[in-house]
Design a protein around this ligand. Sequence first.
Ligand code: DAT
Ligand code: MG
Length: 134
Amino acid sequence: MERSYVMLKPDACERKLIGRIISRIEDKGYKITNMKMMYLNEKILREHYAHLVDKPFFPNLVEFMTSGPVVGMIVEGEDVIKGIRILMGPTNWYEALPGTIRGDFANTTTCNLIHGSDSVESAEIEIKRFFGNA
Ligand code: DAT
Ligand code: MG
């Protein structure tokens, strides 16, 4: 079964939205097979966001992602990687339609509540990064 690495960001925890976001994932029919709350550091964020380390907003991204705990999850289901990305909505809050997690709850580009893997390859790398050999 396909797996995605999903992470609820510090804004989701601070705003007490994790229960509602998890419900949306379960309501869609996906199964959470592993979950933990953790605090990230800059080292792991430089790996996780390697494609963004040279962007001008990267320091802000690190500041945000280390501002509080995150909830990491392994989520399983058929075509779950694509399905989670659809539930999330696009990266930019102003392109995310109502009905999506970002469309309903996010109003800045940095604080957009949720991460979901973008390919099978990155999902397996991210699961290993955050859960080891789960
Ligand atoms: P996504 O989270 O939709 O997979 P991404 O991998 O391109 O998007 O970027 C990771 C995170 O970095 C994104 O959720 C928020 C932040 N980010 C991306 N582009 C940004 C920008 N132009 N300005 C500020 N933050 C940005
Ligand atoms: Mg991404």
